[in-house]
Design a protein around this ligand. Sequence first.
Ligand SMILES: O=C1O[C@H](COP(=O)(O)O)[C@@H](O)[C@H](O)[C@H]1O
Length: 258
Amino acid sequence: MAHHAPHAPILFSFRNVDGIVGGLASFITKAQKESLDKKGRFTIALSGGSLPKMLSGLIGNPAVKWDKWHVYYADERVVPLDHPDSNHLACTNELFSKVPIPVSQIHTIDTDLLNDIEELCDAYEKELIREFAQKDAARFPVFDLILLGMGPDGHTVSLFPGHELLAEDDRWVAYIEDSPKPPAKRITFTFPVINHAARVAFVAHGEEKQDVLSEVLDDPETGLPAARVRPAHPGQLYWFVDDAAAAKVKYPRTPTKV
Ligand SMILES: O=C1O[C@H](COP(=O)(O)O)[C@@H](O)[C@H](O)[C@H]1O
C-alpha cells in the first residue's frame, strides 16, 4: 500500500500501454459519473502528443455518456484543424471520429483567427468564460478533468522549461510564439487553470520518459513545468504511466485498481 500525504499525487504504474489504456478508461468513466451525478455535465480538457491514442478504451464503452461531454483543448497548435500538427486532428482521428459526441460540444480554436494569435487566444479564453464564469463567477474555471502529457524535457501543455509563461498567474489561456518544440505558435492553458481543476491526470509511457518522470516525482523542487502541476485542495493529481517510464521512480505507487 502506498503511503503519502493526503492530496499528494497518486501514481499508477501499469505493465504496458494496454494497461494504461484500460486503467485510464475506468478512471475517466468514474470521474464522468461523479460529475453527471452532481451537475449533469462533464467538462474535460485534452492534450495532444501521445495522449489521444491512450483514449481508445473509451470507444464503444457503454458507460460513456458522450452527449454530456464538453471538451476543450488544454493546449493547441495555431494551425488549421486538418493540419498534421493539430491536437484537435489527433483527438478526432483517435477518438471523436469513432464515438457519438455532438460536434458542437468539442471546443476548437477559431481558425478564422489563425493570422492573429492574440485574438485567437482571447477568443479561446472567451469559450472557457462562456462555459464557466457565468455559472459560478469563479476567478478560474474548475474543470472536472484535465488530461495532460509530459515531454522528455518536462514540458506539459505548451508550458516549457524556463519560459516566461510559467509565471502567468492571471490569464486562463495564453499564447506562445517561440515554442522550442515545433510548431512555434501555440495557445495553452495556464497553471492557475490547470491547478484549479477537480482532477488532473498525466499520461506518459516509454523509456524516453524515465529520467524526467523520476525528476518530476522524486525531486519536484527542481521546478520543471510538469512538477508545477499541483491542483489546489480538493483537487487531485494522478499519474498513469507504464513500468518502462516508472523504472527510475522512487515515489510510491498506488496499486493499479482504479
Ligand atoms: O507538444 C506537446 O507535447 C506534450 C507532450 O507530448 P508527448 O507526445 O510527449 O505526450 C503534449 O501533452 C502537448 O499537448 C503537445 O502540444
